[in-house]
Design a protein around this ligand. Structure first.
Ligand SMILES: [Zn+2]
Length: 476
């Protein structure tokens, strides 16, 4: 073990992000000590790209599929994967340790440490023991690491590949662990978690700490592009593009004030450019984080465009693995959200096709409306019509205004209460709830070791295949 690795290891074990835990333990089985990355035949890959869409109910895919077939005469890339040779398709049972319905923290942890944890925990088992995450192993194996998301980058799914926190909302601790564990490329939203208030009331700017540690800081599209090509192979980048989550794709498309924010495909390309050529490979997690949010909000326009943006990352990954066949690509989702479905409408369901045209009348998300209403303190019928084409009645306006006055955290509940029936008539999109669902979720794998993944598995069982990919066999 060289000096650099020894110091890395010491840093990981320091783990000042949470108190009282001296070491990180591997989950439920011992890990072979041989750190040499196997060359062939064992599923070892040089690089791993883990492309996850958060909270995609299978019906969301069905909606996107019919929309794309109608408008672009082609199926989503997700479904096109099924027509490729060499693609492994599996289904995962995604329950958590304490519920048949998982949250993103437990689902991400299942992949991240190989064990099911309680909802809300990130790589902490139900007994309160921290479990070593996959990107820490990857780093120890000399790989470069990257996290990309349209969410706050310290949100549950990316965090589950790197961090150990007892509760997912400990996002400041997660940011500190990204620094301690030397994640090389960090691109997403959530700059607010990098300004951290101390016990004495002073503020520590963690972005400055990343900079001191050699990271290039970027906050817009052109800086990102420059940094990705300049810092190729060696450099580290912290790119935070919004205070909170990056606004939805539908809003970035239609609101010129948001047009300069990079979307997921752009962030993914920048990360690939920077990580490509790394001598001992890389492990990159890319998350389309907000299909989940649109599912919680029952927002049909937002979910469609958010999914399509994620779907456009699949060909970027496929193009990369064609040039670098020693790369394992995983395409998956962590759970369903909202139970989104394109429902049959009208006599013999003949209304459902035209609904796929009418869904294009939706121009902005509920979140965009919420921020407009919040800014003025008033429900604006004009903005609502601009976003949906629907003219609100006085009674409908009043429902939303009341929620606004009551300072409800999300206005989506009130918007659905007031306009839900009209919106589902317009789009023919129905929802099972505003919650997560227990459906079995798709998993696609391409590249070294892909064919060894069984057709049906528990989500936490994927971990051992990821470990094999990074050359660390886990012995059960
Ligand atoms: Zn969710």
């Amino acid at each position: 073990m060289d000096a650099k690795k020894t110091s890395n290891r010491r840093q990981f074990l320091k783990l000042s992000g949470f108190a009282g835990a001296a070491t990180l333990v591997p989950a439920s089985h011992s890990i072979a000590s041989a750190q040499v990355r196997a060359k062939e035949g064992t599923g070892a890959a040089k690089n791993v790209i883990f492309l996850v869409v958060d909270g995609m109910s299978h019906g969301t895919l069905g909606l996107a599929n019919q929309w794309k077939l109608r408008h672009e005469k082609v199926a989503p890339h997700w479904l096109q994967l099924l027509q490729r040779t060499g693609v492994r398709r599996s289904l995962q049972d995604a329950a958590s340790a304490d519920s048949p319905v998982t949250d993103s923290a437990a689902a991400g942890s299942a992949w991240g440490c190989g064990q099911r944890v309680n909802n809300g925990a990130i790589n902490f088992d139900p007994q309160g023991k921290p479990l070593k995450p996959i990107l820490v192993y990857a780093k120890e194996a000399g790989m470069r690491t990257g996290l990309v998301s349209t969410c706050e980058i310290t949100h549950a799914t990316p965090a589950a590949f790197v961090a150990n926190v007892e509760k997912r909302d400990m996002q400041e601790a997660i940011a500190r662990q990204y620094l301690e564990r030397e994640v090389d490329i960090i691109l997403g939203g959530g700059s607010r978690h990098f300004f951290q208030e101390q016990a004495d009331g002073s503020i520590v700017d963690y972005q400055a700490k990343f900079q001191e540690a050699g990271y290039r800081l970027v906050s817009n599209r052109s800086e990102l592009k420059a940094a990705a090509s300049q810092d190729r192979i060696l450099g580290r980048i912290l790119g935070l593009f919004s205070e909170r989550h990056i606004p939805y794709a539908i809003d970035r498309k239609n609101d010129p004030a948001l047009a300069d924010l990079p979307g997921l495909a752009e962030l993914f390309r920048a990360a690939l450019t920077s990580l490509d050529g790394s001598k001992r490979g890389f492990f990159l997690q890319v998350e389309g984080g907000r299909v989940d949010h649109a599912g919680h909000a029952n927002d049909a326009g937002a979910i469609l465009h958010e999914y399509l943006e994620y779907d456009n990352c699949i060909p970027i990954a496929l193009e990369y693995i064609e040039q670098h066949p020693d790369t394992l690509l995983i395409v998956t989702t962590d759970h369903g959200t909202g139970g989104c479905q394109l429902d049959g409408q009208g006599k013999s369901y003949l209304g459902s096709g035209p609904a796929l045209d009418r869904i294009d009348r939706l121009k902005y998300s509920f979140e965009w409306l919420q921020s407009r209403f919040r800014a003025s303190g008033t429900f604006s019928a004009r903005d609502f019509t601009r976003a949906t084409g629907i003219k609100p009645t006085a009674a409908q306006s009043e429902i939303v205004q009341k929620a606004l006055d009551a300072e409800e955290k999300y206005l989506s509940g009130a918007l659905i209460e007031a306009f839900g029936e009209q919106l589902s008539e317009l789009t023919s999109v129905g929802w099972s709830s505003s919650k997560h669902t227990a459906e079995a979720v798709d998993l696609f794998a391409v590249g070294p070791g892909a064919q060894t993944i069984p057709p049906y598995l528990k989500n936490n069982e994927l971990f051992s295949y990821l470990m094999a990919a990074i050359g660390q066999s886990s012995l059960s």
